[in-house]
Ligand binder design. Structure first.
Ligand code: SF4
Length: 352
């Protein structure tokens, strides 16, 4: 029988495991630190554990990473990995570096069932959810690659942020996503601050508040339209949870924690959602719901077989200016990793 990965067990599960083995529970913290603070790849490294305990761990679990099937680095240093898990399923993840920090964009499902028309991943049918361990392992592979496990002499961290914006809709896999985000942000281990983790959803309205309350991470909503008529044509989920329902949940989330801003992702699609009327409609909507928000205006990244075209820079600027004047920050996101299909909405792993 194939051994289970120990990566993805939370502290509670490790405690139960050690208790069932008749071991003292103070070992949980030691094991946790070896796995998630030091990035140990073998149980033999865990020298402050007894030989017996190490052997027992070795007999029952692995610390192995997914196989790196392919890696590409774009002209702008964006790094894309194609990873394969034990059952042969593959996903992509991306590291987007800035000068002194950077974000790792992780996936939560193999494929996606949401079918957003502008998204390359959405054209790959959903195969399965990723486990909590498989979600956490993506960030661990990035740390392995960039040598960012703690060392006594170098505490620099370039992998500073996590964005849950890769393949899949996180709120369709919420149990594993909650567990994974809590492991990634745990202060005894990987310790990425919750304020540096952003989860993006296409708008599964009833689950938004619950997941954010259980993880404390930041919220981004893929909005991409200023009214339901347009959004229905771009995102089938809008027929289930429309803009009004999403904004009501967003408002609820902000009422609980007044310091939180919401990011609205807005893909600029030529002739579809990029007019000044659309911008005005958006402003009205957010003012009506009293939502404090930032927009991320995303130039559309074409992928093979899609019909959409990016808005002209003039239209993007006019759109951003209107939002800015109304008091909403609306930076235009610089497309990263376009040449290796690593930019927003371009991920797909079906090239088996
Ligand atoms: S945008 Fe997100 S939710 Fe929509 S199809 Fe792509 S991966 Fe799925």
């Amino acid at each position: 029988m194939q051994k289970q990965s120990i990566i993805g067990l939370d502290k509670q599960e490790l405690t139960e495991l050690l208790t069932s083995w008749g071991q003292k529970t103070f070992h949980v913290k030691q094991i946790w630190q070896w796995i998630y603070f030091r990035g140990a790849k073998s149980f033999d490294e865990m020298t402050n554990l007894s030989k017996d305990l190490r052997q027992k761990l070795q007999e029952n679990f692995t610390l192995s990473r997914p196989k790196i099937v392919a890696e590409q680095i774009s002209k702008d240093k964006t790094h894309k990995w194609l990873l394969e898990f034990d059952d042969g399923e593959r996903i992509e993840m991306v590291y987007i570096p800035e000068s002194d920090r950077g974000a790792v964009c992780i996936s939560t499902q193999v494929g996606c069932a949401m079918g957003c028309k502008f998204c390359h991943t959405g054209s790959q049918k959903l195969t399965r959810n990723l486990t909590a361990g498989e979600i956490v392992l993506q960030f661990m592979v990035a740390r392995d690659t960039y040598g960012e496990w703690p060392s006594p002499t170098d505490e620099t961290r370039y992998l500073s942020n996590i964005v849950v914006m890769g393949m899949g809709e996180p709120l369709q896999n919420e149990e594993n996503v909650i567990k994974a985000l809590n492991i990634l942000s745990d202060g005894d281990g990987i310790a990425v601050s919750r304020r540096r983790i952003t989860m993006s959803t296409c708008g599964i309205a009833p689950k938004i508040c619950d997941v954010l309350e259980k993880t404390g991470v930041r919220l981004a909503v893929s909005l991409h339209a200023s009214n339901d008529e347009i959004r229905n044509t771009l995102m089938p989920i809008n027929k289930v949870y429309n803009i009004e329902q999403i904004l009501k949940e967003a408002q609820k989330y902000q009422q609980k924690d007044g310091s939180r801003y919401i990011t609205f992702e807005y893909l600029m699609l030529d002739g579809i959602n990029d007019s000044t009327e659309n911008a005005k409609e958006l402003i009205e909507l957010l003012k009506k719901h009293k939502i404090r928000a930032t927009f991320n205006l995303i130039p559309f990244n074409p992928w093979p077989g899609c019909d959409f075209k990016p808005s002209t820079p003039q239209k993007v600027k006019a759109f951003a200016d209107l939002l800015n004047k109304a008091g909403f920050a609306a930076p235009v996101r610089v497309a990263r990793g376009q040449d290796i299909l690593a930019a927003c909405g371009q991920l797909k792993s079906a090239q088996k």
